[in-house]
Design a protein around this ligand. Structure first.
Ligand SMILES: NC(=O)c1ccc[n+]([C@@H]2O[C@H](COP(=O)([O-])OP(=O)(O)OC[C@H]3O[C@@H](n4cnc5c(N)ncnc54)[C@H](O)[C@@H]3O)[C@@H](O)[C@H]2O)c1
Length: 428
């Protein structure tokens, strides 16, 4: 099949490379000149495992616009749908791309929207600007840091739209669905309506975010009642109905998806007059979690303190800082007059004024710090030589926002350890 993928971010680039690797002919359109230039040099602009190798091994063509869009059998749209100030998804990029596709693609071409879009968006495009094409919602569920792995081995594929598009979508995914010999290796493709596919994506992210907020509440409560949060969560993880994923307490969830998707889902529900109580509470809990974590640090340090911040990315395994709790924390601490020096294994510089300095290792970032704060769960932070770290810090406070440091090792190294389950004592 001949595919055009629009947008070479985490979703678009992973899709383009995976579909090319399994035999489709792929053109990938990217409008950001810096990202496009790196892709043309076959350099990974995202820092995702395996992307550099596949860029060199596949023949994906990267272009700023596709003059042969009318040759495409399927157009995959993977542009951004960021959060507007009112919580709704900003669909400006989707609408812009749709106008181009409407003009350049053949009538009847399947347009698969891989971006996360509010319920009803495909219907609106189908009855409006893309009236001559066939619009399908085909959301992506990959995790940053595992973008290619998840694209090659999806847990499920969801697509919804006019029934005439089903065979084309099945043919598109056929090479990715057959993972092994057993029937259970076959990746399910749920064919449904575009509204259901659109909601399925928000439902998944809303649920995972709610799970994290619940876990943070349990960790806080464990502290209040004198229970061991780690033991409680380990027990929960062993229940197959609950599962081990998204069970680590932390300073709050963030990233390019959970905050915007939960807000958009809440806004969507509110717009329909539906009060989504559980989701509203999950969002509110998350705001409170970060505020309480910041308060814990503020309470235990002077207003002119220096903070050694370990981690800037919103989670380990990615350089993505969109809606990162680490940055939100840095902004709040800098706003109170504290100085924040940072280190993140994947980030060498930041445009954010709240960070005074980004160092090239943890020891440099924590030199003369009054407090060390762990804000991202990078494995190398768990393995830090805490005795050597304590030698370079001025103060003895270590605040672990990701439950990655062993409190016993921290105490043995001379640190006063404060973990996330100590938040109950703090009040924002
Ligand atoms: N990042 C994730 O983990 C993830 C996972 C699942 C779904 N999603 C969803 O997928 C969508 C894309 O997310 P992302 O993280 O890949 O975004 P991204 O910001 O990394 O990438 C989007 C890309 O599209 C490009 N673009 C925008 N308009 C364009 C145009 N008119 N022509 C060509 N290129 C254009 C941008 O320059 C950018 O490189 C969003 O809706 C997001 O919610 C993201």
């Amino acid at each position: 099949m001949r595919l055009t993928v629009v947008g070479a971010g985490y979703v678009g680039l992973a899709s383009a490379l995976a579909f090319a690797a399994v035999g489709h002919e792929v053109v990938c359109v990217e409008r950001d000149p810096a990202r496009l230039a790196r892709l043309r040099r076959r350099e990974d602009p995202l820092g995702e495992p395996g992307v550099g190798e596949l860029l060199r091994q596949t023949a994906v063509r990267f272009v700023e616009s596709d003059p042969e869009l009318d040759h495409a059998d399927v157009v995959l749209v993977a542009v951004g749908t960021p959060m507007r100030a009112d919580g709704h998804a900003d669909l400006a990029q989707i609408d812009e791309v749709s106008r181009i596709i409407a003009y350049d693609a053949r009538p009847g071409t399947v347009v698969a929207i891989r971006s996360t879009i509010p319920v009803g968006t495909c219907d609106r495009l189908q009855t409006g600007v893309l009236g001559h094409q066939v619009v399908v919602s085909n959301p992506e569920f990959l995790r940053e840091g595992h973008a290619l792995e998840d694209t090659f081995a999806p847990t499920r594929i969801v697509a919804g739209g006019p029934s005439g598009a089903r065979a084309i979508v099945e043919a598109l995914y056929a090479p990715l669905r057959n993972r092994g010999r057993r029937a259970s290796d076959f990746v399910p493709l749920i064919w449904t309506t575009s509204r259901s596919a659109e909601l399925a994506k928000y439902a998944a992210n809303g649920f995972l975010a709610t799970k994290l907020s619940f876990v943070n509440e349990i960790a806080n409560l464990a502290d209040v009642v004198g229970a061991d949060a780690a033991a409680v969560l380990r027990t929960m993880a062993l229940d197959p109905r609950i599962g081990a994923g998204h069970l680590r307490p932390g300073l709050g969830w963030g990233g390019s998806c959970f905050p915007k998707d939960t807000r958009a889902l809440a806004a969507l529900a509110a717009g329909e007059g539906y009060d989504f109580i559980v989701l509203r509470a999950a969002i509110e809990q998350n705001n409170r979690q970060l505020a309480q974590f910041a308060y814990l640090i503020e309470r235990e340090t002077r207003a002119d303190a220096t903070i050694g911040l370990l981690g800037l990315a919103f989670k380990a395994g990615t350089a993505d800082t969109r809606e990162s709790p680490a940055l939100a924390l840095a902004r709040r601490l800098a706003g109170t007059g504290r100085r924040v020096n940072a280190y993140d294994p994947a980030i060498r510089s930041t445009p954010y004024a709240a960070i005074s300095r980004v160092d090239s290792d943890a020891f440099a970032a924590c030199a003369e710090a009054d407090a060390v704060v762990v804000a991202t769960e990078w494995p190398e932070f768990a393995a830090l030589d805490l005795c050597a770290l304590r030698q370079v810090t001025r103060g003895d406070l270590l605040v672990d926002g990701r439950a990655v440091i062993d409190p016993v090792r921290a105490a043995a190294a001379g640190f006063r350890y404060r973990g996330v389950s100590g938040l109950s004592a703090a009040q924002a």
